[in-house]
Design a protein around this ligand. Sequence first.
Ligand code: KIV
Length: 285
Amino acid sequence: MRPGDLLSHKQAGRPIAVLTAWDALSAALVEEAGAEVILVGDSLAMVVLGHATTLPVSLEEMILHTQAVGRGLRRPPASQPLVVTDLPFLSYQCGLDDAVAAAGQVLKATPAAAVKLEGGEPETVAVVDRLVRSGIPVMGHLGLTPQSVHRLGYRRQANDPISQERLRRAALDLEAAGCFSLVLEHVPAELAGSLRRELTIPVIGIGAGDDCDGQVRVTADLLGLTERQPPFCPPLLNGRQLSITALRGWVEGVGQAKPPALTPPAGPGHPAPPTTPAAPAAPHC
Ligand code: KIV
C-alpha cells in the first residue's frame, strides 16, 4: 500500500482502517487483522513509554519504534500495510530545513513511507508544502491535537461556527499544500462529514463520527490494555483484566504441581500442545 492508494480507496468508496502499532508484536497483530495503514503514533509516548503526554518522545525513539514495527511485518513488501510515523513535538516546528531533516531521517532509517504531523496554522502548512516538495508524503491531523495539550487540552474541538470555519480552512490549506490524507480527532460528526465531502483527500476520523472515509484507533485502547480509554474509543475487550487474570493464575501456579490453566495456542511459531509429555528442553547455557 502506498500513500496515493488511499485516494483510490476514497474514490471507490472503500473504507480505510488505520491502527497504531509500536513494536514488532503489535505490528504483526495489526497487519494480520487487515489494517490498510499502520500508524506509529506518538501516542506510544503515553501508551508504552509511560509519559503523561506525547510531548517527551524524541525523533530517535519514534525511529526505533518504527524499525521494530517494520520487523514485525510478515507479508511480502508489495502487500504490506502503509506505515506512517508521527513526527514528534519540536521535530518540525523549528524551521523548514529541520523539518525536512527530521522527516527525511524517518524515511531513510525505517519502513515508513509517510509522516504525520499536527496542526493547520500557516507555519505548519508551509512545513507540509516543503516536505511534499522534497518527496515526503504527509498525513495531516486537525481537531484534538495532543501535542497542543497545554493550549487546547483533550476537549472536543471545533464546537462553534467560528472554530469550525477555521478548521475547515486549515483542512483546505493542508490539502492544497499536498497532504495525502487528513486525520480529524474529536470534532463534531457533522463537521467531519461535510469535510469528507468537500475534500478530495481521505478524511480519517477518531471521535469524529462514522461519516468519514476511514477510521483510526489506538490499538491498545481498542484492546482495553490501557488503564483508561478516551470516551470516543471504547474498548472491544477488557484485555488488561483478561491478561492480569491469566497471568495471576500462572503466577499462583508456580511451584504447585497443577496443570497449566490455559491451552497454549497452535499455529506458526506455536506447535500444537503435545499429547504425551515432551522431553525437557535443552538448557540455553
Ligand atoms: O498518536 C496517535 O496515535 C494518533 C492517533 C490518535 C490518530 O495520532
